[in-house]
Ligand binder design. Structure first.
Ligand code: ATP
Ligand code: MG
Length: 237
């Protein structure tokens, strides 16, 4: 399956009659079956980029190719669970009854560590658990393209590490394409097949990592060097 291509994409917002260019001439290839990470400081345009690719927001200039034909799922920056539905129903919400594959849903719930909370309501879950329900919901509808907006930012160090591993596992089996937003350089290096550094609405640099995520060691000199490079890219001049 082909990937998604952005050609010279720009987006303006008007705030108090002043036009602000939030994304400026983005040229980007999002390869299929890979994890592409958008990395950048707060306010650089990461969520906006995801919203344009998802079609939730219109762009003002340029072209986005290949996105319309994909079956897409979106994990929002904040969890968006229905408080009146339990975990299972939140996960299957939006899937037609006849298309619900119960054994697959059970597997996903188990993978995200919520087996004991199958029938719990969002108010009975911690912030991290709610995020895991959102992730399970995204994978439950068998998407071929998932956008994830800082899905692990509410998690403690260890849960985050565990969720990163689980995401890699699910990705291995589902083989979908993932566009993943983070402001953590380490997270980008752990997950990304491709890392896009975004700075004030423009692509500052991009890197491709050939090494399999499962064998990466961030203390290896190759990754330490890459991390230093990315830190330099992110420094505001
Ligand atoms: N609907 C909107 N109307 C006006 N300005 C907006 C709107 N949405 C975003 N912006 C502005 O666009 C810029 C980029 O916002 P965006 O949410 O894409 O940043 P981000 O990189 O996701 O930041 P964070 O890491 O904090 O989530 C910000 O300056 C923000 O104020
Ligand atoms: Mg954001």
């Amino acid at each position: 399956m082909d990937g998604i291509k952005l050609l010279n994409v720009s987006k303006f917002y008007t705030v108090e009659k002043e036009s602000m260019k939030v994304l400026n001439g983005i040229d980007l290839n999002i390869p299929s079956n890979k994890i592409t990470v958008i990395l950048g400081r707060s306010g650089c345009g990461k969520t906006t980029l995801l919203r344009l690719v998802s079609g939730l927001e219109e762009f003002d200039q340029g072209e986005i190719l290949g996105a319309n034909s994909k079956k897409k799922a979106y994990v929002f920056q904040e969890d968006r669970l229905m408080p009146w539905l339990d975990v299972k129903k939140n996960i299957t919400f939006g899937i037609r009854n006849k298309d619900i594959d119960n054994s697959k849903i059970d597997d996903i719930i188990e993978t995200v560590g919520l087996k004991k909370f199958y029938n719990a309501y969002p108010r009975q879950l911690s912030g991290g658990m709610k995020q895991r329900v959102s992730i399970a919901r995204a994978f439950a509808c068998n998407p071929d393209f998932i956008m994830m907006d800082e899905p692990f930012s509410a998690l403690d160090f260890f849960t985050r590490e565990q969720m990163q591993k689980e995401l890699l596992k699910i990705h291995q089996t589902s083989k979908c394409s993932i566009l993943f937003v983070t402001h953590s350089i380490d997270e980008a290096l752990i997950l990304g097949d491709k890392i896009i550094v975004l700075e004030k609405g423009v692509i500052k640099s991009q890197y491709e990592i050939e090494e399999k995520s499962s064998t990466r060691d961030l203390l290896n000199s190759k990754f330490v060097k890459l991390k230093k490079k990315i830190i330099d890219d992110l420094k505001v001049i």
